[in-house]
Design a protein around this ligand. Sequence first.
Ligand code: CP
Ligand code: NVA
Length: 333
Amino acid sequence: MNLKNRDFLKETDFTKEEFEYLIDLAIELKAAKKARNEVKYMSGRSIALIFEKTSTRTRCAFEVAAFDQGAHTTYLDGASSQVGHKESVADTARVLSRYYDAIEYRGKHQAMVEELAQFSDVPVYNGLTDEWHPTQMLADFMTMMEHSGKRPGDITFTYVGDARSNMGNSLLVTSALLGSDIRIASPKQLWPAQDIQNIANELAAKSGGRITLTEDMDSALPGSDFVHTDVWVSMGESEEIWKERVELLGGYQVNDVALAKAGNADAKFMHCLPGFHNEQTTVGRAIANKTGMHEGLEVTHDVFEGPNSVVFDQAENRLHTIKAIMVATIGDK
Ligand code: CP
Ligand code: NVA
């Protein structure tokens, strides 16, 4: 499989076979790191990391993955560089392409990362936009494969909550690409936009994937191997929107009762993180005080900390999968 010089701007940049190859490569790289016999396929490479939105996992995963592989990174944000306010994406792309072997970009608009790729001579990776979160998908499907022992085409899962956002869009389209059985349980106004549903329906017709969009969590959950959720208000959305979202999504919290409805004692809980499950964050505390939801917002503290939660395995896999995409596109392997 040769993926050299390929961009990763959205999940459909890769075929099913290519996407699964990247996950299998991540599994191989994870085993090598654990065995302390990792081969450095990226010696001397440099990667620019542009973050116009904040990050813990994605930034650290790129930095540690690069370091493990003998490469190094430069972190750029709007406060410490000209990016976003003084220099256009097109100019930034042409400058950074002269210095770096690849560029990661996290920001608001998908159009920005697409433009960056258009003007860049080196691979560009989307580290999250409002529309897609493709590197997260590699980690999510890797985690589901590891915890179920199944290939993606045999996995059934439910995504509960705000589905009209990067995570809802990405899980829907990736499932359809890989042939999984995805159920989305969410109020209709928070379902993925029609054009995203169309992409997914077309892919599912080819892969044999199954798609269910429903407002009824009780009918979605039975038979799920995994239950996913995400924050109810995403980065870049206004604080004002919390009230409306809590009203819409209050009944879609992942709690013990919801998890039990999967009808499978082994059903695992997943969340891309960060998540609001307690009052140890400023936002979590403020919303809990406003809404009276003191057990957690999109997920209860009990489920988050419970034996079925695999959120930290999922977070760890960001490292191995981000390493895989870099090794495959700019490494010597
Ligand atoms: N899941 C995820 O992308 O986390 P960060 O926002 O911390 O990078
Ligand atoms: N939907 C969330 C995902 C964070 C990783 C956001 O965009 O804030």
